[in-house]
Design a protein around this ligand. Structure first.
Ligand SMILES: *Cc1c(COP(=O)(O)O)cnc(C)c1O
Length: 391
C-alpha cells in the first residue's frame, strides 16, 4: 500500500539518495569507493563563524522564535553584502527574506507563485531539484536549453512561442550546476528584457555566486536596471562558507514575490535558529579571505582532474565558477555507460549528465568537493583506466 499522494508517488526519487544507496552497496562489498557525485563542500566551516555561533548560542534571547522573515541583523547583513559586492540597494525589511537554505526557499517559492498547469522555464541541463519542486507545486517544466558551445548561456531563441505563452516564471542558475557555465551581465539583461516582454517573473539561483576563479566575478541578476520589477535572487551560505548543514540562505529582490513566499513560509516554518542567523551575518560581513582560500583549493584540484581526463582522451574546460567539472564522455559511450564504467573500473562515482536533463546526455559531472588526497587517488585510478575509448 502506498500512502503518498499521487503527486508524491509520481516523483522520481531524489538523485543523490539513489547514489547514496549504490555507494553503500559497493562499500558493503569491501570496495573503497571515491564519491565525486555529491555537491557539498568537504572543507570545514571557517572557525570565526563557528565562534560566533557558540557565542550567540549562549544568549537566552536567541533561544526564542525568530521573526518569520529572519532577524534584522541577518537581513541587514544580506542587504549590506549586496551593496558592497554588487552595488545593488535593497531594503532589508521588504526586499530581503531569510531562508532555511535556498533549496527550501526555491521549493516554497514555486508553490507560492504557481497555479496548477503554470509553466516554468528551467535550464536544461540544470539542478534536478527545480523539476521536482515544480512538479510538487503542480506546475509544468518547460525546458530552457543551454548552449554547450557558448559556455552554457540560455538559448532563448530555441524556446517555442507556446512555451513563452504558458510560462509564468523563468529560472536561471549561474555559475551553473552542473555545467560550471558562467555569464556576463548582458545575458541577464537579455533575460530580463524577455521576461518583461512575455510577462514572466524570474528567479535566479546564485548558490555559487562566490565560488569563482581568477578574476571572474559572477554578476547578480539584480544589477540589471529594472530587474527588481520582475525578479528575485536566491543566495546561500552553503557553498561559499562550507555551511551546507547549517541551513541558512536568503532571497532578495521583488517585494511582491517575496511577500507571496513569506505567506507560504510563515505557515510552514518559523525561520532559522537566531544564533545561526547571527553567525551567518558575521560570515557576510567578513573579508571573504576564507572563500578565496577555498577557491584556490578547488582550482588546484580542478587542474589535476583536467590533466587526468586529458590523459583519458576526455575534453573538459576549466570553468570560471562552481566546484564541478562538466566533461564530455568518450566516443561510443553514453553518460550512463561511461559513469558505470568509471564506477566498475576505478571505483569512482561520477554523475551521469542525464541526471540533470535531456541535454545532459553525452556528459558527466565530476565534483571536486572531496579531500585533496582522495581526489588525487581518484585521479590516479582514472589515469590507469587507460583511455576509456580513445585510441
Ligand atoms: C547546493 C545548491 C543549492 C542548495 O543550497 P542550500 O542553500 O544548501 O539549500 C541550490 N542550488 C544549487 C544549484 C545548488 O547546487
Amino acid at each position: 500500500m502506498q500512502y503518498g499522494s499521487k503527486q508524491v508517488n509520481r516523483l522520481p526519487p531524489y538523485l543523490f539518495s539513489v547514489f547514496h544507496q549504490k555507494k553503500k552497496k559497493l562499500q558493503d562489498q569491501g570496495i573503497d569507493v571515491i564519491d565525486l557525485g555529491i555537491g557539498a563542500p568537504d572543507l570545514p566551516t571557517p572557525s570565526f563563524i563557528i565562534d560566533r555561533l557558540a557565542e550567540e548560542a549562549r544568549k537566552p534571547e536567541n533561544h526564542k522564535y525568530s521573526p518569520y522573515g529572519g532577524c534584522s541583523e541577518y537581513k541587514q547583513a544580506v542587504a549590506d553584502f549586496y551593496k558592497k559586492h554588487y552595488s545593488v540597494t535593497l531594503d532589508a525589511e521588504t526586499e530581503v527574506h531569510a531562508l532555511i537554505g535556498s533549496k527550501e526557499g526555491i521549493a516554497h517559492f514555486l508553490s507560492a507563485i504557481l497555479d496548477p498547469g503554470d509553466g516554468v522555464l528551467v535550464p536544461d541541463p540544470g539542478y534536478p531539484v527545480y523539476q521536482s519542486a515544480i512538479h510538487l507545486a503542480y506546475g509544468k517544466v518547460l525546458p530552457l536549453p543551454l548552449h554547450a558551445k557558448k559556455g552554457y548561456v540560455p538559448q532563448f531563441e530555441k524556446v517555442k512561442e507556446a512555451d513563452w505563452e504558458q510560462a509564468k516564471l523563468m529560472l536561471l542558475n549561474y555559475p551553473s550546476n552542473p555545467t560550471g557555465g558562467t555569464v556576463e551581465r548582458e545575458t541577464f539583461a537579455e533575460a530580463v528584457a524577455l521576461a518583461k516582454k512575455h510577462k514572466l517573473c524570474m528567479a535566479h539561483d546564485a548558490a555559487y555566486d562566490l565560488v569563482t576563479f581568477e578574476d571572474y566575478k559572477a554578476p547578480s541578476l539584480l544589477q540589471v536596471p529594472g530587474a527588481k520589477e520582475v525578479a528575485v535572487e536566491f543566495g546561500s551560505l552553503s557553498k561559499s562558507f562550507n555551511m551546507t548543514g547549517w541551513r541558512i540562505g536568503y532571497v532578495v529582490g521583488n517585494k511582491e514575490l517575496i511577500r507571496a513566499l513569506s505567506i507560504v513560509k510563515s505557515n510552514m516554518d518559523t525561520s532559522q535558529f537566531l544564533a545561526i542567523q547571527k553567525a551567518g551575518a558575521a560570515a557576510l560581513y567578513s573579508d571573504f579571505s576564507t572563500i578565496k582560500a577555498n577557491n584556490a583549493i578547488y582550482q588546484e584540484r580542478m587542474k589535476e582532474m583536467i590533466t587526468a581526463l586529458k590523459k583519458m582522451g576526455i575534453e573538459a574546460d576549466q570553468p570560471r565558477g562552481t566546484f564541478f567539472i562538466w566533461a564530455k564522455v568518450p566516443q561510443g559511450e553514453t553518460s550512463q555507460t561511461f559513469a558505470e564504467k568509471v564506477l566498475e573500473e576505478a571505483g569512482v562515482i561520477v554523475t551521469p549528465g542525464t541526471a540533470f536533463g535531456k541535454r545532459g546526455e553525452g556528459y558527466i559531472r565530476i565534483s571536486l568537493s572531496v579531500p585533496t588526497e582522495r581526489l588525487q587517488e581518484a585521479v590516479h585510478r582514472l589515469k590507469k583506466m587507460n583511455g576509456g575509448g580513445s585510441p
